[in-house]
Write a protein that binds this ligand. Structure first.
Ligand code: ATR
Length: 276
């Protein structure tokens, strides 16, 4: 039986152990997946401990995604772009490879589960922290027409755009940063990657960014996503929370570790029923 875990702080509410246990059951993979609360200054030590207990991999959540990218021996191009990793793959020789499946999960949830194409669309990405950085590359690879990044702190949006300029150019996507105040234009898909709702700060962008039928996607789920979903509905847009992204990023990690693709749509349905 192979050992995996999710490392984070806090981690008590993580649904990853449930999701991976279900994936393992449905694909008959012999693995256990634990939850590990890591002290804020203890990531490197806990990763060593995982290696010593024969761990084969882990997921990384807040606030260790940058530490994980740095601790690894090798990094996928996605990690290099985002500067953050949510998945570590540990080889038999102890080699640690870092990947980031958050963006693939978001893209899979939007295109497959919500049935909304990204190619050719105008997209607004709100936020420029770790969550937003992790998804910009995979979004660009879908070849939308345009991606606008806005953030409360403008220079962080500009830095994120600058870091992705070469990729955007090769994908023929117009990529630009805009000030959150005075944001103009409307978009087919609006993605909220900010922590604003956790702070009860309201919606960080004006409703004029929405068109009737726009997809308004919050990377969070549960209570944290509710204000954004309510706002979307009030303005004629289609709200969607990040539960599908959570399950799909887990599926991508599972596939990296096991070489087997789990039935993620079934598990998403089951998880929604569990949480309802
Ligand atoms: P995460 O890893 O979840 O992305 P983060 O890196 O701390 O966390 O980023 C948080 C994001 O939410 C940032 O884009 C942040 O904006 P700033 O760069 O200006 O800090 C955004 N954010 C947090 N609180 C916010 C608020 N009250 N209003 C608007 N944006 C907020």
């Amino acid at each position: 039986t192979d050992l995996y875990c999710v490392m984070g702080n806090p981690v008590a509410h993580s649904r990853s152990p449930w999701i991976h246990a279900r994936f393992a059951q449905l694909t008959q993979q012999p693995l256990v997946y634990q939850r590990r609360l890591v002290p804020l200054n203890g990531f490197a030590a806990d990763l060593q401990q995982l290696l010593q207990s024969g761990g084969k991999g882990c997921n990384i959540t807040v606030p260790f995604k940058l530490d994980a990218a740095q601790a690894a021996h090798s990094r996928s191009p996605r990690v290099a772009l985002a500067g953050a990793a949510n998945t570590l793959v540990i080889g038999a020789d102890g080699h640690i490879h870092a990947d980031n499946t958050d963006g693939l999960g978001l893209v899979a949830d939007i295109t497959r589960n919500a049935g909304v194409a990204i190619a050719g669309k105008a997209i607004l990405l709100v936020g420029a922290g770790g969550a937003a950085a992790g998804v910009l590359g995979p979004l660009l690879e879908q070849q939308p027409r345009q991606v606008v990044v806005c953030n409360r702190t403008f220079h962080k949006a500009q830095a994120l755009v600058d870091a992705h300029a070469t990729l955007a150019q090769s994908q023929k996507v117009e990529l630009l940063a805009q000030e959150q105040q005075g944001l103009s234009g409307s978009f087919d898909i609006i993605i909220n990657g900010t922590a604003a709702s956790l702070q009860g700060a309201g919606i960080p962008v004006p409703a004029s960014v929405l068109r009737p039928g726009s997809l308004a996607y919050d990377m969070m789920y549960g209570q944290a996503a509710q204000p954004f979903l309510d706002w979307a509905q009030q303005h004629g847009a289609v709200g969607r929370d990040g539960l599908g992204m959570l399950v799909e990023q887990a599926a991508e990690s599972f596939a990296l570790w096991r070489g087997v693709r789990p039935p993620s749509q079934q598990v998403l349905q089951e998880l929604r029923a569990v949480l309802a």
